[in-house]
Design a protein around this ligand. Structure first.
Ligand code: 1CP
Length: 348
């Protein structure tokens, strides 16, 4: 039987949605913290195939999710293009900054990224052997705009100010940066698919700060280009796009980019999305990750509300954004149980 996630991505409406979670491997799990300590630091964990495969498998063992997402990070691409990347404990990522055309020119060519990223492909090959038969393996990359916001600012920023400033000062150089990241992303995701990824997801976590033409040019167009190239090289490969906080721009995003599924953040009303986004195909989402911290009856009620809202079409259950380190694993188990108990064929 075809895996549930692949059926939903192909447009099938299932009795209950398949489920996985953004950031399902992470600090809220004690077994993750133990493996990370063994690896030394976060980036070493990303480049240690056996350990990265182990942390990818941990949430599958614990919760029986329908998908495993490769353990890596969107900031490996900047590193593979020649930026310095490091993580400051308790603060987050730091990168060397790119603020003008000369910085963009100094980046490596897209075809060179495999040199740095080959351990990631090895992680996927291990996972193809070790995952349960009905679990789908998802590969991923950051979308060019989101990756560029980190490459320009050298860190995470609340408003992506430095990237907006670069774009305003030298739009041609900024476009060249977006193009270089898009080309690298095509190389990277293509190699992930060859190594065993059955679905790929593009994370445009900061898409919501792009407005009007900027959204079209720097979120939508690069997604369309990447998706077209992947589908040309790997016919039939399903792609999930996540233009986080796109608001009304979620409508039509799948049609415009060729994505098979659009992932929705928790700011989107499920009833609205069922009418305006799901009519184009599969949607993924969008329980507020706060429920993984607070639990209780509200978690059960909201989980049911999301499932009910999307019941008329193809749906993959997920959170609206990543689970946070303060989440309680018992709440994750309760969410999965609640979804699966909604199967009309299930006597429970
Ligand atoms: O152990 C640790 O302390 C590191 C925490 C951590 C983890 C577990 C980071 C640092 N990255 C990851 C893994 C990761 N990152 C995965 C794979 C695992 C999984 O999903 O289970 C994925 C898909 C990502 C994607 C990612 N990294 C995004 C896009 C999704 C999102 O959350 O919006 C982004 C923006 C990043 C950058 C990043 N990496 C890590 C942090 C703390 C951040 C955010 C930095 C910031 O903006 O301040």
């Amino acid at each position: 039987m075809t895996k549930k996630i692949l059926r939903a991505l192909a447009g099938e409406t299932l009795p209950t949605p398949p489920v996985w979670m953004m950031r399902q491997a992470g600090r809220y799990l004690p077994e993750y913290r133990a493996t990370r300590a063994e690896a030394g630091d976060f980036l070493s964990l990303c480049y240690a195939p056996e350990l990265a495969a182990e942390v990818t498998l941990q949430p599958i063992r614990r919760f029986g999710f329908d998908a495993a997402i490769l353990f890596a990070d969107i900031l490996l691409i900047p590193q593979a293009l020649g930026s310095d990347v490091w993580f400051v404990t308790g603060e987050g990522p730091r990168l060397s900054t790119i603020t003008d055309a000369s910085g963009v020119k100094a980046l490596k060519p897209a075809a060179d990224v495999h040199e740095t990223l080959s351990p990631v492909y090895e992680t996927l090959r291990i996972l193809t052997r070790e995952l349960p038969r009905d679990t789908t393996l998802i590969g991923f990359a950051g979308a060019p705009w989101t990756v560029a916001t980190y490459m320009v600012a050298g860190r995470g920023t609340p408003d992506q100010g430095p990237a907006h400033a670069f774009k305003a000062e030298d739009r041609a150089a900024f476009s060249a940066l977006i193009d270089r990241i898009a080309e690298a992303t095509i190389e990277y995701l293509s190699a992930q698919i060859e190594a065993g990824a059955e679905v790929v997801k593009l994370f445009d976590s900061w898409a919501g700060s792009l407005k009007g033409e900027d959204f079209d040019e720097f979120s939508l167009a690069p997604a369309r280009r990447i998706i077209a190239a992947l589908k040309e090289r790997h016919p039939g490969i399903p792609v999930i796009a996540f233009p986080r906080e796109a608001g009304p721009r979620y409508e039509g995003f799948a049609r415009a980019t060729g994505a098979d599924c659009v992932a929705l953040d928790q700011s989107v009303d499920p009833a609205w999305a069922a009418a305006h986004v799901q009519r184009d195909g599969c949607v993924q989402g969008n329980l507020d990750p706060r429920h993984m911290v607070t639990g209780g009856q509200a978690l059960i009620d909201e989980t049911r509300r999301v499932v009910e809202a999307f019941r008329g079409g193809p749906h993959i259950f997920n959170l609206g954004h990543g689970i946070t380190p303060d989440a309680d694993p018992d709440n994750v188990a309760l969410m999965v149980e609640t979804i699966r108990a909604m199967d009309p064929g299930d006597s429970a």
